[in-house]
Design a protein around this ligand. Sequence first.
Ligand code: FE2
Length: 357
Amino acid sequence: MTCDYKKGFADQTKEITVSSLEVEGVIPDWLSGTLVRNGPARFRLEGKTLNHWFDGLAMLHKFDIANGHVSYANRFLDTPALRAAKDGKMKYGEFATDPCRSLFKRITQVFTGSTSGANANVSIGKIAKEFVAQTETPLPVAFEVDTLKTMGIVSYSDGLKGNLTTAHPHQDQGDQFNYLLSFGRKSTYNVYRLSDGSKKRQLIGSYSTDRPSYMHSFGLSQQYLILMEFPLVVNPISMLVRGKPFIANYTWKPERGTRFSLVDRQTGEGRYAHTDEAWFGFHHVNAFDNNDHSKIDLDIIVYPDADVVEYFYLNSLLNKRNQEAYPKNELRRFTINVSAGTVVPEGWLTIQPNCRA
Ligand SMILES: [Fe+2]
């Protein structure tokens, strides 16, 4: 059994429209609507190849479904990163690729985000009435669904500042929840709520840390926003002086174990739980409280270490023959005892890539 996934990592350079895609099977007549997806598409720039799957220039893909037919269109997100690439320049740092820049420029980029290329290549969301492309720098990029035309970076109407966020905010009853990490000698996690139709983020609570963790998503239960702080951590000060690409500054420190930080959605109060076991993950699946909110079940796909980040470097990825090299991972349930600050992990299900023979 092999996974022929390499087409998914091929360089895309063309913007196309297809009026009717070939359909395998039958699409029910009642199914109609538009599906928009986002993802990294272009990895080779003039004179420079990006290092990692997560670095690729963002492309929007649109599937219009009606009367059993599907049409398709794609378009690059028009960002400073794309415009620099068109000029033959590698100007902005990405997840695992960094242009050669002076210390001053690195400081400006890391601590202000103002010179980010806004390469929002991860997910699709909605802020106020606008659809946005999102990534882990807090610069959502608005676009029109009908044309996929880029409208520009969305400005929030609040004073919240930060360098890093997740591209996977959670929605609950009209509100969006996310966190914003502000780097510093003491870094701060700011947890916020964004109400439906608003561009004003409301701070729920904050807590600080000397070694922020790389987290791609988080959990949301009825009462808590839960940050599972994996021991893939960074010293933000050394990030400035070393001049390495963003993720290469993070170090796997399994001896730290894994911390679960719970921020109460109503009061902003912080609670913490810890396990000596080291885990890493990208995507949370579910989180829910028991009846008196004394325990939380947190479901997440986890890895025993952070080697999966290395797995997605394009150099090695495109040379792999099959899915067997994919790092071991499983869906686990972590039951958090809120008052005791303890965590019981429960093995559940091993995930294998779904490949055709
Ligand atoms: Fe993701």
